[in-house]
Design a protein around this ligand. Structure first.
Ligand code: SF4
Length: 366
């Protein structure tokens, strides 16, 4: 297949759905890791094509959703400083902190700007030498290389008014964390296609072997997802567990060596707090000491107040695959994309937002 239409073909989807039906002899629970995959699953109604005994669980692969509340609060505090231009991707501006969001800072006169790349932010720093320019560097291994490039470039140019506020997370440790949760329900994974295009799929072999779990690295179109599910089901039914690469048009076993090299140069691995999941050892990146002068976390002293999550929000259990949005009493009532209570409703990649957008009527009437 060459064109995107072919990855959305109804005929091909029916063929794959029939193959999944034929292959399925037992109930199975399969988790897609990426928020983009969750979005596709809901947008194209893929659960309706599957045997009822296959349950899709929606994992923690939305970077906006898993960024810790304390980091959002820190971003808001920094953005409110008079001499700061605070730059971020658009989604993050709507994420509610403990008391406000970045849009509130902007409305109050703060210089908060939406950018499409950290390099845009670098240009802003060059054009505004009297200001300190901070980029909110969040996301998985997919966004980290571009952020690493930007800060490396800033260092090379002696651009001492450019900073990163870093809250990067990495996928293999969170898969380990999910499998180690006592209430884990996952029996097979659709692996994260974008992340593997950078890091390769070899880091998942160890996980598949340790937990005896199929991991199929999968793309983001409906045909990709159905093929990924089929491959996971075939392994589960055969009692097998290994890593397969469905997304071979973008992913190799080794990944992108240049991207990995710059990650290693600029960042170091650290423990990370995942919103809804808690602290997971060695699951994040922070700037290495060589880049300390550009580290907003070190340069800006903000007073951290204890963070309080919404009592009603069950997004942690949703990210673990233990519950679904329909189990939340606030879904679609107190909590909507316009007025989100929790992070999984904020981002369009968040599970609650995907259910609200594509499956709301069905969910509310079931
Ligand atoms: S619907 Fe809102 S409150 Fe409920 S789990 Fe989702 S984000 Fe949290």
């Amino acid at each position: 297949m060459k064109f995107v239409d072919e990855f959305r073909s109804e005929k091909q989807a029916s063929i794959l759905a029939e193959k999944i039906k034929q292959a399925t002899k037992h109930p199975w629970r399969i988790m897609e890791v990426c928020g983009g995959q969750t979005h596709t699953i809901m947008q194209y109604g893929l659960p309706d094509l599957l045997p009822k005994v296959i349950e899709l669980l929606h994992g923690p692969g939305c970077p906006v959703c898993v960024t810790g509340l304390e980091v959002i609060d820190k971003a808001i505090a920094i953005a409110g400083s008079e001499d700061v231009i605070f730059c971020s991707y658009g989604d993050m501006l709507r994420v509610p902190g403990s008391k406000a969001d970045l849009f509130d800072v902007k409305a109050a006169g703060g210089d908060v700007r939406i950018v499409y790349s950290p390099l845009d932010c670098l240009k802003i720093a060059m054009d505004n030498p009297q200001k300190r320019t901070v980029f909110f560097a969040i996301g998985f291994e997919t966004t980290a290389p571009a952020n690493a490039m930007a800060v490396k470039q800033a260092k090379r140019m002696n651009l001492d008014n450019f900073f990163l506020l870093v809250s990067h997370v990495t996928v293999p440790p969170v898969i380990r964390g999910l499998m180690d949760f006592p209430d884990n329900r996952v029996q097979g994974f659709l692996g994260p296609g974008h992340v593997c295009s950078v890091m390769g799929w070899h880091p998942y072999e160890e996980l598949s072997e340790k937990y005896k779990i199929p991991i199929v690295v999968t793309g983001f179109e409906p045909i990709d997802i159905l093929e990924g599910i089929l491959r996971v089901v075939l392994q589960l039914e055969a009692g097998e567990s290994f890593v397969e690469n469905q997304y071979s048009r973008a992913v190799t076993k080794a990944g992108n060596a240049a991207a990995q090299a710059i990650l290693e140069e600029v960042f170091e691995v650290c423990d990370q707090n995942w919103r809804g999941l808690g602290s997971i050892p060695k699951s994040g990146y922070r700037l290495s000491p060589a880049y300390a002068a550009h580290d907003a976390d070190l340069v800006f002293s903000t007073t951290a107040e204890p963070v309080v999550e919404s009592k009603v929000c069950i997004s942690g259990d949703i990210l673990k695959g233990v519950k679904k949005p329909k189990d939340c009493p606030a879904f679609g009532t107190q909590c909507t994309p316009e007025k989100p209570l929790g992070a999984t409703m904020v981002s369009s990649e968040g599970t609650c937002a995907a259910y609200f957008r594509y499956g709301r009527l069905e969910i509310l009437t079931n």
